[in-house]
Design a binder for this molecule. Structure first.
Ligand SMILES: O=P(O)(O)OC[C@H]1O[C@](O)(CO)[C@@H](O)[C@@H]1O
Ligand SMILES: [Mn+2]
Length: 443
């Protein structure tokens, strides 16, 4: 096995990982408890006393969790039977065995940061599924919906832009089509779309209210790595060489719901309308995750909302999107692997079926910061290590990560570039100010 650097961890006092575990995660847990409190009467109306009892139970489990975190207690195994319980517990044991070799402290501040955060969201889910009849409740649903409602102006602007574009798309020459592709990619880049990560803002609203299309030029200097040209060559080549009945499949590993998901769907629509792709496959999360991540409910809910908008072009988008789903041109997939704590290089062993599915893609787009952390194992790589190397054997198909930097990890930079940024702006890689399109695959 290749030698890989150590994991980011809360052991490094003052690091972003440390601050997240110390401040942000407890804050998120408090918000979750508060959300349950606020829904008490709703639970009563729906389920009577039983609903209120369930709410109390969930709250006590979550309070216990917050206490374990704040007093840095050892991780405990999951108890409630769910599809991934055994895999989780095996992984916790494995991490414990690694730590035993060093100082034996398998706790919140000593374990890999990626594990700590994933564990917390998985335990939130456990508290909910242990509390029937409210075991269906998504504690983050409200904030995801607010993000969508708060971004209406931008959504209308994007839908209008897309519908006008589709109307003239056949008259565009190669260069114009490429420009449009780049424009929508940039809208989609985490820089704008991904500002909707509600786990960074502690669940506070971070909706988009301006026409993002107007600010693209101003934001260009903040794209540190820009492999958009490779994406264009790859897809335009597929389009040119594609036989009549054959397919070009683009997979999007989704991140946040709300405005960011709209930008993903706009891009996915453009890919079909421009014939750069013939199928788009979406991968979401099976359980509520990192506050704002997309589940199948969010995906369906959002398309329904777009379809029922009073705005002509917005509702046209919604109707088209529903049609794509009916026709099988858009396919949504669930897989439990996306909410496991494993780095993606473990996918061939842990989820070989998923890896085999991904191998069928012509291009995979990984959205957001958490996907980047899992692609690179959330490790302390040197800035100039090639992306291919940091992927550590994870090469199912050509892939591109679209992300704003919100964690102390970045590879594939020019020698000295990362160090220079660090010297002039110590928090350059955690504020979401910079973004990347980083490609790995044949050139
Ligand atoms: O929604 P994204 O872009 O995947 O971000 C997830 C966020 O959660 C974190 O993991 C920290 O809580 C950050 O790395 C990042 O800000
Ligand atoms: Mn997210």
């Amino acid at each position: 096995m290749a030698v890989v650097p150590a994991s980011l961890s809360g052991q490094d006092v003052g690091s972003f990982a440390y601050l997240t575990i110390k401040d942000r995660i407890p804050q998120i847990l408090t918000k979750v408890i508060d959300t349950l409190h606020r829904h008490k009467s709703e639970f009563f109306e729906k389920h009577g006393e039983e609903g209120v009892e369930a709410e109390k139970k969930a709250i006590s489990l979550l309070s216990k969790l917050r206490n374990e975190l704040q007093t840095d207690k050892p991780f405990i195994p999951l108890v409630e039977k769910f599809v991934d319980t055994d895999i989780w517990n095996q992984y916790l044991e494995y991490q414990q065995s690694l730590l035993n070799e060093s100082d034996g402290k398998s706790r919140w501040f000593y374990s890999p940061w990626l594990l700590v955060e994933c564990y917390m969201y998985r335990r939130i889910h456990e508290a909910i599924i242990q509390s029937p009849p409210i075991d269906y409740f998504d504690v983050f649903k409200e904030s995801k919906e607010q993000n969508f409602y708060g971004s209406q102006e931008s959504i209308i602007a994007l839908c209008t832009h897309l519908q006008q574009l589709i109307r003239t798309i056949e008259d565009l020459d190669e260069n114009q089509l490429k420009d449009e592709f780049f424009k929508l990619l940039q809208v989609n880049i985490s820089l704008w779309g991904n500002k909707c990560d509600l786990s960074l803002s502690g669940g506070e609203s971070s909706s988009q209210n301006t026409n993002v299309l107007n600010s693209l030029e101003d934001l260009k200097p903040f794209i540190l790595l820009n492999d958009m040209e490779h994406l264009w060559s790859l897809l335009s080549n597929c389009k040119k060489t594609r036989e009549k009945a054959s397919a070009t499949r683009v997979y999007i590993v989704l991140d946040n719901s709300g405005f960011e998901l709209v930008t993903d769907l706009i891009l996915a629509d453009f890919l079909l309308s421009s014939e750069l792709a013939t199928e788009v496959h979406f991968y979401g999360k099976t359980i509520p995750w990192f506050v704002s991540d997309t589940t199948i409910h969010d995906f369906n809910w959002l398309i329904e909302q777009v379809k029922h908008s009073n705005h002509k072009w917005m509702s046209k988008c919604g109707a088209d999107w529903e049609e794509y789903i009916k026709m099988g041109k858009w396919v949504y997939h669930n897989h439990i692997f996306w909410t496991l704590p494993h780095e993606y290089c473990a996918m061939p062993q842990v989820a070989p079926d998923l890896y085999a599915e991904l191998q069928k893609a012509h291009l995979i787009l990984f959205k957001g910061d958490l996907n980047y952390r899992k692609l690179t194992g959330d490790r302390k790589w040197e800035f100039s290590v090639p992306f291919h190397q940091a992927l550590n054997g994870f090469h199912p198909a050509p892939l591109c990560t679209i992300r704003t930097l919100k964690a102390e990890i970045q590879v594939g930079l020019q020698p000295g570039q990362g160090e220079q940024l660090l010297a002039s702006e110590p928090s350059w890689w955690t504020t979401g100010k910079y973004g990347i399109f980083q490609y790995d695959g044949p050139l």
